[in-house]
Design a protein around this ligand. Structure first.
Ligand code: GLA
Length: 695
């Protein structure tokens, strides 16, 4: 089966994945029309799909276009908007050709008059149902000719996704804030334009750049679901438009409304990928497909087991001294921790969040002989070494800012707004990006640092670059600059792993995951709150990327007291870490923690590399013959009977499974129908069930 085919008679292109098809067609008027996104079709079937007629009235004019650019009788959200040097607007495309190369398809269009070429790109992979889409716009004029005038690009979306006509539509997405990221919402999609966006220069805590749409009838394990996710770590906008006639389109891309970039003769503007996925297996299957895609086509090191980390932030905050870190390291090593990370406060004049950012040399009063002795001690204890950095930031009270006040994002005659007492370094500037790469490279090389927690603790304001020819471009080029520094650092240090962080989960997307290994999910480490954060995170992103620490009780943020085992069992659903003040844990707590770290290591391959099924108050991971269920019991009212059994998902009813704790063997069919042999007694109880298929 060819992944991409073209039927010249109907001018229909068809992309096929194992379980879905995607088709588009050039109609008689030369418009590129959306034809199909859903269940598998053959080329003959795709060619036979009738085009949906547009509304009859002259007041409407809209048809289901594949990529609606501004111009003509179009009244929806344009995927592409430009302004010419004469202040004119609008695009009028003529199809000029296509290229098929394995799973890749590119369609080309040229404007009827202006020197602009649009390419729409599609790519499918043999092992995924994800369709990757992106666009590029090229200014085709020869330098010095009459058409050599700049074109302002007001909007260039990566793709516009069209949904089939359903009886109803429901939107799934996440919202949140600092310490409350990834809250999942399922709401009816109104007959309106619903915009999910970030104007902050990062993907944001408030929204995450993906959505899913279903007919209102999908469940965790059944039903058709369409979804799309943007691989972009900066500002973004995704708009889902639903008309009263039942047409739904989702256009999305990098950047928010307002900023515009200038395209000059010979220049090309290429968007990030906006990936789409169709499944008929419900939200669970959608998540599993996104996880597989992320592992297969996004993450740099998907198959590597993530280490059990210790991080000192909650234990000491800014009070980082060599002595205390050594004590914490000794305790962490005894628990079975594999990587010890020193967080904020190790450098410059950083004694609080008021000073020092930008001065990336170890504070002499805290590390009299530099970081070397601590790194050596961590290694001696058998752990790898990690370090917190925030390369994009500067405190005005720093040597760096005193030397380079022009390196930050700023606008002439406007105040420089400080958030957390810091300003954003302009990574669109090549000299700034080179400076960052320089010190990061030297630091990593000097200590053979294994792991960087790369933080980013404030949004953009006054996002200007006085004197730059095209200042708005920095919204994009800052992101490219950050990505490039990460890429070059990794290339120079193949052993280096990076954890993405922006005050917790403020910068999580398929773009940052292409150059990082895991994500600091949230600054909220309260295990109860984490359940909903992790639930939302897991909709798109896989467990192996989700760093989750066990911290102190009462929780420093929420004051909630929770048993150690419960805190561990919640964190075990991702990449386990420890972030508590181990110097104050009792010998009993330390002994229990060591046992739980061991339990995690035993189930880790299944959690980190298995397939996720979300159950009621539990998550299940399956890898080959192994099944792991991590279950929690939240406070509930006793209503006279034991709670309903916890039924696993996806087991083979024909096989039998051994419970590794008891040695008992159970029929898959019985487990599926009657639930796991599990009794969770009391509030905040938790358990791990390990099953292995035996025949
Ligand atoms: C952010 C991170 C925290 C910690 C602090 C340090 O808030 O999310 O984990 O690193 O910065 O300042």
């Amino acid at each position: 089966m060819d992944a991409v085919t073209f039927d010249p008679a109907t001018r229909t292109w068809l992309l096929r994945t194992a379980n879905s098809s995607y088709a588009l067609r050039l109609d008689d008027a030369g418009l590129l029309r959306h034809v199909h996104w859903g269940r598998p079709l053959t080329p003959a079937q795709a060619a036979a799909v009738p085009l949906r007629e547009g509304p009859a009235s002259s007041f409407d004019g809209a048809v289901r276009e594949e990529y609606p650019s501004e111009g003509g009788a179009r009244f929806g959200v344009p995927a592409l908007q430009v302004r010419y040097a004469d202040r004119g607007r609008g695009l009028q495309w003529r199809h000029t050709g296509h290229r098929i190369d394995g799973g890749a398809l590119a369609l080309s269009f040229h404007d009827d008059h202006h020197p602009l070429e649009l390419e729409l790109h599609y790519r499918v992979h043999p092992d995924s149902d994800v369709v990757e889409r992106w666009a590029s716009l090229r200014h085709t004029a020869e330098a010095g000719t009459a058409q050599d005038t700049p074109v302002e690009v007001l909007r260039l979306d990566s793709a516009c996704w069209t949904l089939p006509v359903l009886d109803d539509y429901r939107l799934s997405h996440v919202t949140g804030g600092w310490s409350g990221e990834f809250r999942l919402h399922r709401t009816p999609l109104p007959a309106a334009e619903t915009t999910l966006t970030s104007r902050r220069g990062i993907t944001s805590h408030q929204a995450n750049p993906w959505l899913m749409v279903d007919g209102g009838d999908a469940g965790e394990e059944h039903g058709e679901v369409w979804g799309a996710a943007l691989a972009w770590s900066g500002s973004w906008r995704i708009t889902a438009s639903r008309s009263h006639t039942g047409d739904v389109a989702v256009t999305g891309g990098a950047g928010h409304e307002g900023p515009a970039v200038v395209l000059r003769a010979g220049g090309t503007w290429e968007t990030p990928v906006f990936a789409g996925l169709y499944t008929d297996g419900g939200f669970g299957a959608a998540s599993r497909a996104w996880h597989r895609y992320t592992a297969g086509h996004v993450l740099p090191r998907p198959d590597e087991l993530r280490p059990v980390v210790y991080n000192s932030w909650e234990a000491v905050q800014f009070d980082v001294t060599e002595e205390k870190q050594r004590e914490l390291a000794a305790r962490a090593a005894a628990l079975g921790v594999e990587l010890f990370t020193v967080d904020d406060g190790w450098f410059g004049a950083r004694r609080s969040d008021a000073a020092g950012l930008g001065d990336w040399t170890p504070a002499p009063d805290r590390f009299p002989d530099g970081l070397g002795p601590l790194v050596a001690e961590v290694r001696r204890l058998g752990m790898r070494f990690g370090l917190w950095v925030e390369p994009e930031m500067v405190n005005p009270d720093s040597d760096l800012y005193r030397a380079h006040p022009d390196w930050v994002l700023h606008t002439a005659h406007r105040d420089r707004t400080e958030l957390r007492n810091q300003l954003v370094l302009n990574f669109a500037r090549p000299d700034v990006a080179e400076w960052a790469l320089g010190w990061l490279d030297a630091l990593v090389a000097e200590h053979r640092i294994d792991y960087l927690k790369w933080d980013m603790n404030r949004a953009f304001t006054e996002a200007g670059w006085p004197g730059a020819a095209d200042p708005d471009r920095l919204w994009h080029d800052h992101v490219h600059g950050v990505h490039r520094v990460m890429d070059r650092l990794r290339a120079a240090h193949p052993g280096l792993r990076i954890e993405a962080c922006a005050g917790g989960g403020g910068r999580v997307d398929l773009g940052v995951l292409a150059r990082t290994d895991q994500v600091w999910t949230s600054d909220n480490t309260d295990a109860h709150d984490r359940l909903s954060i992790q639930h939302g995170y897991s909709q798109l992103y896989p467990a192996r990327t989700m760093t989750a620490w066990v911290t102190d009780s009462p929780n420093p943020l929420t004051g909630r007291r929770l048993p150690l085992a419960f805190r561990f069992r919640v964190a075990m659903a991702g990449a386990l870490g420890i972030g508590g003040d181990l110097l104050h844990w009792s010998p009993e707590e330390l002994a229990e923690a060591a046992r739980l770290v061991e339990e995690y290591k035993e189930i880790r391959p299944v959690v980190q590399q298995g397939e996720l099924h979300r159950l009621r108050d539990a998550v299940q991971y399956t890898l080959g013959d192994r099944v792991v269920v991590v279950a929690w019991r939240l406070p509930s009212v006793y209503d006279g009977a034991a709670p309903a059994p916890l039924r696993p998902a996806g087991l083979d009813p024909q096989r039998r499974y051994r419970d590794e704790a008891t040695g008992e063997v159970h029929h898959g069919a019985v487990l599926l129908a009657h639930g796991l042999p599990l009794r969770l007694a009391g509030d905040w109880a938790s358990a791990v069930v390990r099953l292995t298929a035996v025949d």
